[in-house]
Design a binder for this molecule. Structure first.
Ligand code: COA
Ligand code: MG
Length: 285
């Protein structure tokens, strides 16, 4: 699993944006055939993504392709077009059932066998962004092929008839449902897009809040969003230093036979140790 994903989308038919994206040092680049590509640009998006996979050096950025949702009628042609060119992962939007993940998983595994690629070398990331998807998370998230679950805030708001607000209270339940499903299955949860991409302060606040909730990354749509999101989803120096102190002092207190002890006037016990270890894990990766 990736430790952090700032996941940048661009319309798959937009060669200019794709070539720009490989210069940004962003964690993940997601070339989109779904909602970012107009209905009359689906074929062009497939061709452009294939060209990018063949010709561009993505450096350390993960190269992903988002297909159209299963049942849209485009999904088969989308996956058939891009998969032979070995993207690092396929993103499936609007997933609502385990069977939909299984559909993609079978196709990808067949390609891995056919081309002699290592099994699981093409990752599967899914969007869960509808009422049905959230209800079925328990089954969906248990699919062994999954790497990450992306929560789509705008689609979800549309799905339940919620009005979007700046602090996104209307999304909190579903965001946390995705985080819990991911934590239970060792998957990476990826947070909503901040669509107001000119408002960097809101982006920072929303990213920090998402990181505190437990998200390990966030979807982005503009180059200006790369740095704020990557910063927010990287443990700060203070957080790392504090986590190290907890790990050290915890060990010492265990040796003294104390399960709980005091550090800077705060009670420290096992759950705080586990949280500190998580911080250090994320900092390392
Ligand atoms: N990826 C890569 N490069 C991008 C980009 C993206 N998502 N969005 C903008 N850029 C580039 C532009 O091409 C431009 O490049 P240049 O300076 O070399 O000319 C530069 O960044 C500045 O862009 P800007 O003029 O501020 O943005 P815009 O008005 O051209 O586009 C959006 C604004 C929102 C339409 C555009 O950012 C976009 O299409 N984002 C992705 C949307 C998407 O994929 N949605 C579906 C998934 S949610
Ligand atoms: Mg969406």
């Amino acid at each position: 699993m990736h430790s952090r994903r700032a996941l940048l989308y661009m319309p798959g038919d937009n060669w200019k944006m794709i070539t720009k994206s490989v210069t940004l040092g962003v964690d993940s680049i997601c070339m989109d055939m779904e909602d970012g590509a107009a209905v009359n640009k689906k074929a062009e998006a497939r061709e452009t993504i294939v060209k990018a996979l063949q010709e561009l050096d993505f450096g350390a950025s993960e190269k992903l392709a988002r297909i159209n949702s299963i049942g849209s009628g485009w999904e088969q042609a989308d996956i058939d077009a891009v998969l032979p060119h070995h993207p690092d992962g396929i993103v499936i939007p609007k997933v609502e059932s385990f069977e939909q993940v299984e559909w993609a998983s079978k196709i990808i595994e067949a390609a891995e066998l056919k081309y002699g690629w290592p099994i699981n070398s093409v990752r599967v990331l899914i969007g869960v962004e509808t009422a049905k998807g959230i209800l079925n998370l328990k089954e969906i998230a248990s699919h062994p092929r999954l790497d990450a679950i992306i929560f789509g805030g705008e689609d979800f708001a549309a799905s339940i008839g919620a009005t979007r607000t700046k602090d996104a209270v209307e999304l909190l339940y579903a965001r946390q449902a995705v985080i819990v499903a991911c934590a239970a299955n060792d998957l990476q949860p990826i947070d909503i897009v901040t669509i107001d991409y000119k408002d960097v302060e809101s982006l920072r606040a929303e990213s920090e809040f998402g990181a505190r909730l437990g998200f390990m990354g966030k979807q982005i749509i503009h180059p200006a969003q790369v740095e704020p999101v990557q910063t927010a989803f990287t443990p700060s120096d203070e957080a790392i230093a504090y986590a190290k102190r907890i790990v050290e002092t915890f060990e010492a207190s265990q040796k003294e036979g104390k399960g709980a002890y005091s550090l800077d006037g705060k009670m420290i016990d096992m759950p705080l140790l586990k949280n500190a270890q998580k911080v250090l894990e994320r900092a390392k990766a």
